[in-house]
Design a protein around this ligand. Structure first.
Ligand code: HEC
Length: 134
């Protein structure tokens, strides 16, 4: 191999490594709620106190990994980004209920349905840079 060709292959290897290790929201793209779960409506929308109750629960159960502002610590997802906020309430509820243990997200089926919907209400209020209109 001549010298420039070997430099090219080193460069290519570096680019591939950089892309694979990109520090973006490392969400598992195969972790998708089934359609019937994703279609579930949040029964607490507009209910007074739901967001405040959800915030308390979030700080107790979620903030250690997702941060108090939902930005995510280490591998835990940034919950403010459109990739998450564009998912239905039912989808977030399902992910929270079942978790994705191999990726580090524990299941929260031990919380009541009401508590999990309250957390969904709170997660909707997390504002990131991708939500300048709010
Ligand atoms: C022990 C750390 C940990 C705790 C505690 C935790 N999470 Fe997670 N969570 C993660 C990780 C890691 C991921 C990324 C999983 C993946 O990429 O598949 C994740 C992913 C998620 C996602 C999916 C985001 C997406 O991209 O679709 C949601 C929603 C979520 N968490 C909500 C919560 C809520 C709400 C709580 C509290 C009830 C919570 N998590 C508690 C670590 C945690």
């Amino acid at each position: 191999m001549n010298r420039s060709a070997s430099w090219l292959s080193i460069l290519a290897a570096l680019l591939i490594a950089a892309a694979a290790g990109s520090p973006q929201n490392k969400s598992d793209s195969k972790w998708v709620a089934p359609a019937d779960a994703a279609a579930k409506k949040n029964p607490l929308i507009g209910t007074s106190g739901a967001v405040a109750a959800g915030k308390k629960l979030f700080l107790r159960h979620c903030a250690e990994c997702h941060g108090e502002d939902g930005a995510g610590i280490q591998d835990a997802a940034d919950l403010r980004v459109l990739q998450v906020q564009n998912q239905s309430d039912g989808s977030l509820f399902w992910k929270m209920t079942n978790g994705n243990v191999k990726a580090g997200m524990p299941p929260f089926a031990r919380l009541s349905d009401t508590e999990r919907w309250q957390i969904v209400c709170f997660v909707r209020t997390l504002k990131g840079d991708e939500h300048p209109e709010k």
